[in-house]
Structure formats: C-alpha cells, structure tokens
Write a protein that binds this ligand. Structure first.
Ligand code: 5RP
Length: 219
C-alpha cells in the first residue's frame, strides 16, 4: 500500500466507530479528508459534524454534511483526527496543518478520540517532527526565547496565520521524554495559545495504516 492508500484505509476504517444519529467531531488534514469522504457515504445516518478548522468545515459542507457550532453542542461521543507523531502511550504531536487549537478544543469535548495515521507517524519518542506552538502575534519573539530555554529551536512558520488569526512557531530539536510535563510547561508561557502536544488528552484508539492493513491500537 502507498501512503495515500494507507490514509484512505484508516479514513474508511474509522467509520466503524460512528454511531447512527450522533454528532461526529472532525479533525483536520489529508488523512481526515479521507475520513470526511467516507463519512459523506453515510451522511444521512449521522446528525451532524463539529469541525476543527475552516478547511474541514468547507469540505464537510461541500459534501452535504451539516456542521454545528461547538457552542451549541453539550457533548458528543466521537472525535476522529490525524497526527504528526504518536507514541506508544497514545500521546501525539499535532498541528502540522496549523489547526491545533480548535483540534484540542473539539477533542476536549469528545468522549472518545480515534486517531487515524499511517505507520510512518508511529514513533517511540516524539520530537523529530517539529512541535507546533500557536502564539499571539505580539508575543512571538518572547515565546521563542522562552522555548529556547526549554532546549528547543523555534522557527517562525512565516506566511501562515491560523484560523484564529495567530502565528505558529515550529520547535525543532526536542527529544520529548515527558510529554505531559512539557505540554504544561509550554502552555504556561504567556502568549502561547496552544502547544501541539496532545498528552493530557491523548488518543483512546489509534487506527494505524500499514502495508499489511489497518491495525487497531487501544490504551
Ligand atoms: C493539523 C493536524 C493534522 O492532524 C496532522 O498535521 C496530520 O495531518 P496529515 O493527515 O495531513 O498528515 O494536526 O493541524
């Protein structure tokens, strides 16, 4: 299987977690796009979606899936999203597509997080993928100096504005041995909106696409 075929396979595999008549939380990225396409095939059986980005909202609506505002939803069962890295503890780096803040918010409301990835995203120790940090624009250089004190090498993702009008620093050179601690430390820096470490709220299930097929990993 090619990487694209693995993405399609996990996107379709995630459909088995969708319960009829429910609201589905939808992440962002090329793997999630495969899930959205799969979801469209059963759109008449679901109530609506809650989306984590303008890009996913646009794709969902174009395929005829109703998108609800998260503020109008008390709770829902399932959130499906991709990741840039995932470790055996089901902690993830996310935000390669700059949607980390809304992704973390939607994931926080969902009861179950199903992560869909190809096997290239599975790592023992996170940090080879640069860790995205969404920052308030006026705080960018201050936050970058603070991130250097934590041992990282932050690089401004020039030309990118998030859906929330903020900027992204990609932190290179980290070897993340304690993801929960680092998530809290970075979240505590003034000016940080969200760090793309999903450790306190990790995935409950990972559907991993490999050349042999889709493997299901649970906590
Ligand atoms: C977007 C994300 C994505 O889930 C992550 O970047 C993976 O994307 P892709 O499926 O395109 O590899 O966190 O902010």
């Amino acid at each position: 299987m090619t990487q694209d075929e693995m993405k399609k396979a996990v996107g379709w595999a995630a459909l088995s977690y969708v319960q009829p008549g429910t609201i589905i939380g939808v992440g962002t990225g090329s793997t999630v796009n495969c899930f959205i396409d799969a979801l469209a095939s059963i759109k008449d059986q679901i109530k609506a979606a809650v989306s984590s980005s303008e890009a996913s909202t646009e794709r969902l609506k174009a395929l005829g899936i109703t998108v609800m505002d998260l503020n109008d939803v008390d709770s829902f069962d399932l959130y499906v999203d991709g990741a840039d890295e995932i470790n055996p503890q089901m902690e993830m780096i996310k935000g390669g597509g700059a949607a980390l803040t809304r992704e973390k918010i939607v994931a926080a409301v969902a009861r179950q997080f199903v992560c869909i990835v190809d096997s290239g995203k599975v790592v023992e120790t996170m940090g080879r993928f640069p860790l995205p940090v969404e920052v308030i624009p006026m705080s960018r250089e201050y936050v970058a100096r603070e991130l250097k004190k934590l041992g990282g090498n932050p690089v401004y993702r020039a030309g990118v504005l998030t859906d929330n009008g903020n900027q992204i620093l990609d932190v290179h050179g980290l070897h993340i041995s304690n993801a929960k601690q680092l998530e809290s430390q970075i979240n505590n820096i003034v000016g940080v909106v969200t760090v793309g470490l999903f450790a306190h709220r990790g995935a409950d299930v990972a559907l991993v696409g490999s050349p042999e097929g889709v493997k299901t990993v649970t906590r």
